[in-house]
Design a binder for this molecule. Structure first.
Ligand code: ZN
Length: 489
């Protein structure tokens, strides 16, 4: 029902995404040796004649940028072109001091860095392959800082530290049919980028998305500069609704560029769309064509780690995890690495513990990370901590319920045994002790006991009361048995 409703809502929607990713793991910019890291730095201090576009300065390609682009192209299954050259994309705007951006162009004799490729997503447990069009390299423009919103700001400040940072643009075909598909596409892309180690997309401003959105048979709009992956789904939903409302009122849509205002959460029309000819693309004569040899590609391939899809398949085999568990587990490389380090370090672990370890990571640990807006490598939790915790639970030293209350302390790196000692919360399995507590609870809750004849669920209520009295320390199995014995009397 839910699925049908969604399909009918979006069946005539066509979405294509252009994702710009900064290669934040590079040390220097694309065409000069200025420091690539501009975040938190004094504005306009990481600049030189090249990234300021001063007359007479000559760009030189950063070889590592080409290697990083090759890594991504291989991971996405693109066809890498054996040679390419850069183009000038001309436009007049304060974020580009030389009035053109050095980019790539796949027409007029030019080529993308790589063509094709695909990203596989899973939505409502159905797999779908989303076709990519191409990826290419280009330089990032400077950063414009507006007071308040772009539409109302009385002035703009320019920081050229960002000017010349390497961007990779990943262009999809118009193959997505809903904001949810776009969300899953970006989730997979983020994972692949993390595995190739070319960029940290958790850094603010490291990715920007332009989305082409249309309703079948009508003009499309391009929503520019959606500044985080999280905003994309929201922006798409809003824009689709806007277009549908206009059509409902009998208006026709125009081809235009719109801006996503993430504060007001609406798209605003900025200008009617420029056409490609407005950019007057022509080859960049200051740079020689770049050759990519088969040898070079082979060398890069050898250095690539196992990619998430292959890893998920291996996790199913090596750790007997379900397809569902493995696919979620491998999505974040750091989490997947943590998992493997943990389960491999303990020889006594088998399939039951592998699953337990996975549940802890995907459950309580991930929840803690989300709530605290943190990532696992920034915490003091080690794979060994989680091994120790699971062993204590399985040896009956603590209950799973109590273990859950340890998460906060564990994330600070406190050894499990120390937490158990400090909390005084080891498991109570002593029959006499449990009987005494059950006796008390039965006395205090005659009404629930009387209710038991008509309502068998009263049993759970009584066990709950015993747990509450001891802050969850009682062994649940033994407690259940003893409560039942009392009720049968
Ligand atoms: Zn520079």
């Amino acid at each position: 029902m839910e699925v049908n409703k969604m399909n009918s809502k979006y069946e005539d929607v066509i979405i294509g995404l252009e994702v710009h990713i900064q290669l934040t793991n590079l040390k220097t910019k694309l065409f000069c040796s200025c420091n690539n890291e501009y975040r938190g730095k004094e504005p306009n201090t990481h600049v030189c004649p090249i990234c300021l576009g001063l007359p007479g300065s000559l760009p030189v390609i950063n070889k590592i940028s080409v290697e990083f682009a090759t890594r991504l192209a291989l991971a996405l299954g693109c066809d890498i072109n054996e040679s390419f050259w850069f183009f000038r994309k001309n436009y007049f705007y304060p974020d580009m001091a030389k009035n053109f951006q050095i980019s790539q162009y796949n027409k007029a004799g030019g080529r993308a860095f790589a063509d094709g490729g695909k990203i596989t997503i899973k939505l409502n447990s159905k797999k779908k392959e989303l076709q990519l069009n191409r990826i290419h390299l280009e330089e990032d423009p400077a950063r414009l800082v507006h007071k308040g919103s772009i539409a109302t700001s009385p002035y703009a400040l320019v920081d050229y530290n960002r000017s010349g940072v390497t961007l990779i643009e990943i262009v999809s075909d118009p193959v997505m049919n809903s904001p949810e598909e776009a969300r899953e596409y970006l989730k997979q892309l983020k994972s692949i980028v993390q595995y190739t180690e070319i960029s940290d997309l958790d850094l603010d401003g490291s990715c920007r998305v332009d989305a082409n959105i249309s309703i079948k048979g009508h003009a499309r709009s391009e929503v520019k500069n959606i500044n985080s992956f999280k905003e994309v789904e929201r922006a798409l939903k809003w824009e689709i609704q806007r277009q549908k409302n206009l059509l409902k009122r009998g208006k026709e849509l125009i081809q235009e560029t719109r801006h996503w205002d993430d504060k007001r959460r609406v798209t605003i029309g900025l200008r009617t769309k420029e056409f490609e000819k407005d950019y007057r693309y022509f080859p960049e004569q200051d740079l020689v064509p770049i050759e990519i040899t088969k040898d070079f590609i082979e060398q890069v391939k050898k250095k690539l780690p196992e990619m998430p899809n292959a890893r998920a398949k291996r996790f199913q085999k090596d750790y007997q995890l379900s397809e569902f568990d493995s696919e979620i587990l491998v999505l974040d490389k750091d989490i997947a690495d943590f998992y493997e380090n943990g389960v491999k370090s303990e020889k006594s672990f088998g399939p039951d513990e592998y699953k337990q370890y996975c549940n802890w990571l995907m459950g309580d640990i991930s929840r803690w990370l989300n709530e605290n807006n943190n990532v696992i490598k920034e915490t003091k939790l080690t794979p060994k901590h989680l091994v120790d915790l699971i062993k204590l639970i399985n040896e009956g030293e603590i209950t799973g319920k109590i273990a859950k209350t340890f998460v906060n302390e564990m994330m600070k790196g406190t050894p499990i045994l120390e937490i158990v000692k400090k909390s005084g919360k080891s498991r109570i399995a002593d029959k006499n002790k449990i009987t005494k507590i059950v006796e008390e609870v039965i006395k205090e809750n005659r009404d629930i006991v009387n209710d038991y004849q008509k309502n068998p669920r009263a049993l759970e209520a009584l066990i709950g009361k015993c747990m509450k009295k001891t802050k969850g320390q009682l062994d649940p199995e033994i407690t259940r048995k003893i409560v039942l014995e009392f009720l049968k009397k």
